[in-house]
Design a protein around this ligand. Structure first.
Ligand code: NDP
Ligand code: 13P
Length: 346
């Protein structure tokens, strides 16, 4: 697989904020070589809006989409002939969609996951769900993750990211197909570390959002973020990922972006919980995917199976389950036994 033959057709499954923004990146990137990008929207009216107005106002109010980006609610039409298939639906819905669309995937396509969640019940990463459901080879499944708040990228604010695949040439091929003047993807072969960074930062962002909602300042938030990165790294390494990945864009980079930004849905969800909303009210108010809410329990389950200590995750889960109040989160974390700082110290 070489960068001399980049995809002539890219299919994006999911027309939410990130699916649409990534489709814009791929379309901008492929415009000069006349690449076509098609996006699958589950609501026909969303596809119709994209085609007739070049906008997706529910998710990206002010963005005009490129002319070589088209949409359809017909997955067969979108997937036909695609060399690169990009998946961007909420993590908990992925398996069901793959089952529905399984026969439509072009056999030689490379699949790229944009999703940052762990499946509830199986604790599987999205690349694992794809490999399992489609019986797809690992070297043709990649993930993209990094400090990538969709709204900022849709405004073409310069951003970097990481494409990870066990085959570095495939990662390079994808990176070349989605590089744009405002978007710079790096590559690596650490799929596990890259995915875990993106998944767990959502849980840490819930904790930081809670701190913010409780009017706590920057020291508190920096402490949670730094120790959050330590527990994320412990889990990633226990699963086979690399420490250095967690100190890169898909680890520290994404953690900083998500925990610092009011654009983050996970951060916002934490803030709303701290302001007294119930979990149901938070979910209803947001009307967009905050993966950390569902993934937190799966992260904790996986950590428990592996004997990995994740105190922030553990306490966020307790808040989400209503076992402790948001006010108890800080005191419970601070009252723990004192210990050396190292990332791998449990
Ligand atoms: N937004 C961001 O900044 C980033 C998001 N991500 C990740 O990308 C993934 C997708 O998130 P994002 O685009 O933000 O989510 P959004 O909430 O913005 O959009 C979700 C999309 O999925 C569709 N959808 C909802 N339920 C289903 C279902 N059961 N089957 C198929 N499609 C469904 C929605 O359709 P409808 O409109 O009809 O409801 C919508 O098109 C998540 O894992 C997220 O963590 C990663 C990096 C950045
Ligand atoms: O993953 C993201 C930024 O990299 C988006 O974060 P939220 O899902 O919290 O909005």
């Amino acid at each position: 697989m070489t960068t001399d033959s980049l995809p002539g057709k890219v299919a994006v499954i999911g027309a939410g904020s990130w699916g649409t923004t990534f489709a814009k990146i791929a379309a901008d990137s492929g415009a000069a070589r006349k690449a076509e990008v098609q996006i699958w929207a589950r609501r026909p009216e969303a596809a119709e809006e994209i085609n007739s107005t070049r906008r997706n106002t529910r998710y990206l109010k002010d963005t005009v989409l490129p002319a070589n980006l088209r949409a359809s609610a017909d997955a067969a039409e979108v997937l036909a002939g695609a060399q690169l298939v990009v998946l961007a639906v909420p993590a908990q819905t992925l398996r069901e969609r793959l089952r529905e669309f399984r026969s439509l995937f072009p056999k030689d396509a490379v699949i790229l996951s944009l999703m940052k969640g762990l499946e509830v019940g199986t604790d599987a990463r999205m690349s694992q769900v794809i490999a399992e459901e489609l019986e797809w080879p690992e070297n043709r499944i990649a993930v993209l993750s990094g400090p990538n708040l969709a709204m900022e990228i849709a405004r073409e604010e310069p951003t970097a990211s990481v494409v990870a695949c066990s085959d570095l040439a495939v990662a390079g091929w994808i990176a070349a197909a989605c590089t744009a003047p405002y978007f710079r993807p790096y590559t690596n072969t650490d799929v596990i570390g890259t995915e875990i960074g993106g998944i767990v930062k959502n849980v840490i962002a819930l904790a930081v959002g809670i701190c913010e909602g409780k009017q706590m300042g920057d020291n508190t938030k920096a402490s949670v973020m730094t120790r959050g990165l330590a527990e994320t790294t412990r889990l990633a390494v226990a699963l086979g990922g690399k420490t250095e990945t967690l100190f890169g864009l898909s680890g520290m980079g994404d953690l900083i972006a998500t925990c610092s930004s009011s654009l983050s849905r996970n951060h916002t969800a934490g803030r709303l919980l701290a302001q007294g909303l119930t979990l149901d009210e938070v979910t209803e108010t947001m009307a967009q995917t905050a993966e950390g809410i569902k993934s937190a329990q799966a992260v904790l389950d996986r950590a428990t199976q592996l004997g990995v200590y994740m105190p922030i995750t553990e306490n966020v889960v307790a808040v989400l389950q209503g076992a402790i109040s948001v006010d108890e989160l800080g005191p419970r974390l601070l009252a723990r036994e004192l210990k050396p700082e190292g990332v791998h110290a449990s």
